[in-house]
Structures are given as C-alpha cells and as structure tokens.
Design a protein around this ligand. Structure first.
Ligand code: SF4
Length: 233
C-alpha cells in the first residue's frame, strides 16, 4: 500500500477546464468556476483514497499478461516489461460514494454538476497513477549499472493492445477486492473511479517506442507522447 492523501490528488482548475474542452486562453465564466468549486467540495467530502500494491516477478507477469489470449499480437508493454528492473501490480479507488453521487446527479438531470464532478474524479484517479509512479521511483533501487531508476510508468489493461479482459488475471493476482474494487462481467472496475495496472520501473529508454501499432489508429488519447513513451521525432 502507498497511502494517498485525497487532497493531494485534487486536479488543478486548468486541467479540469482543459478536460472539458475549454480553451486555455479563455477566462471561465463565473457560473463555471462556481460549478467547479461545488464539485471540488463534493470530492473532498465523498471521496476516499485506497490502494493496493504487490511486486510481481517477470515470469509471473508474463503469465498474467497473456491473459485470455486476446491481446494484440504485438504491444508496447510486451517489449517493455522484459527489460524492466521492477514490476509492481497496482490498483487504486476513490471509493463508491463519489461514483454514486455522479450517477445520482446524472439521473436527476443535473448534467452540468455531474459532468464537472465526473471530470474532477477522473483526473484525481489519473493523478493517483502519476503519484504511484513517483512513489515507486522515490523508493530508489539501482539497475545493473548501479544508477537509480530513471522512469516508472503505469500500464493498464484496456490500453495499448493489452485487452481489457486482462483485468481478470490481474485481479486474481492482486485481489483489489481487499479495497472494495470489483470487476463486472465486462471487466470494468466498480467503483468506476478506480485505476489498475502494472508499474514498470527501469531505465528511461525501455519505455520509448518507435513503432506505430494498428490499435494506435483508434486511440482516443495518445498519452504515450506526453508520458515520454514515444521517441521524439
Ligand atoms: S497512440 Fe495510444 S495506443 Fe498507441 S502507443 Fe500511444 S497511447 Fe498506446
């Protein structure tokens, strides 16, 4: 367990506005800032921050990663994890109460506040992934050359060719049910504001990918570039 402060995970207003599609050079209307403040207050009241973390060997992860045989034939993680120094399975949740409140707001047609709270919670969960990466990097440890880990990135089922059904084996190994995260029949995590995956620690260049994969054509959020997975061109 890492142990997060939910307050540290709060997204910056600029990130929330950007996620909602607002231009960075546009001053948000008073109504929008009031909505954001209400959403942040609900987040502070209703969210929790719970996580589980387990080291896993490369051979164990190789078996886990094969999942149900539905991954893309070639994936970035398939090339990256064999070169890692450490692998840790990770899951995090903001808890059930905030997801229930988002659902209630949508059902009661308060779409503006529901969307704002949904965005705040999604960004906070993403921030937990970034915090987990930093936490593992701070634990130190040296690679075979005696230098400290340079880069830790979280890779998750459902992204970059790792089929979403990979959640099944990940859950069997990590048991996130311990912190009340469960999988539904479509391998989605319940509560929805949860994240899971493998933290891959190693030299920075193991994360760099030069290839463009067939599934990249359908990628809605090419996070590889901002996360330093892709080589600069
Ligand atoms: S473009 Fe999308 S799918 Fe392709 S490697 Fe980058 S993040 Fe993964």
């Amino acid at each position: 367990m890492i142990g997060f402060s939910k307050h540290r995970l709060l997204p910056e207003p600029e990130s929330v506005y950007a996620a909602l599609g607002m231009r960075a050079d546009t001053e948000p209307a008073l109504k929008v800032t009031e909505l954001l403040n209400r959403a942040l207050e609900i987040y502070k009241t209703l969210s929790e921050a719970r996580d589980v973390l387990e080291p896993i060997s490369k051979s164990e992860f190789a078996a886990l990663y094969s999942g149900q045989g539905l991954n893309a034939p070639e994936t970035p993680l398939g090339l990256i994890f064999p070169r890692a120094e450490r692998l840790l399975l990770f899951a995090f949740t903001l808890g059930a109460a905030i997801s229930r409140e988002i659902e209630r707001l949508f059902k009661s047609n308060d779409f503006a506040l529901a969307s704002m709270l949904d965005t705040v919670a999604s960004l906070a969960a993403d921030n937990a992934g970034r915090e987990a990466e930093s936490w593992v990097a701070r634990q130190g440890g040296a690679d075979q050359f005696g230098t400290h880990f340079l880069k830790v990135l979280l890779y998750s089922p459902g992204y970059c060719g790792w089929h979403i059904s990979g959640q099944k084996k990940l859950f069997e190994f990590l048991r996130p049910e311990r912190i009340d995260i469960h999988l539904n029949e479509r391998f989605l995590m319940i509560p929805l504001k949860s994240i899971s995956g493998v933290l891959v620690a190693g030299a920075a260049d193991i994360h760099q990918i030069a290839e463009r994969y067939p599934f990249c054509d359908h990628c809605q959020s090419p996070a590889c570039r901002e996360r330093g997975m892709a080589r600069a061109v």
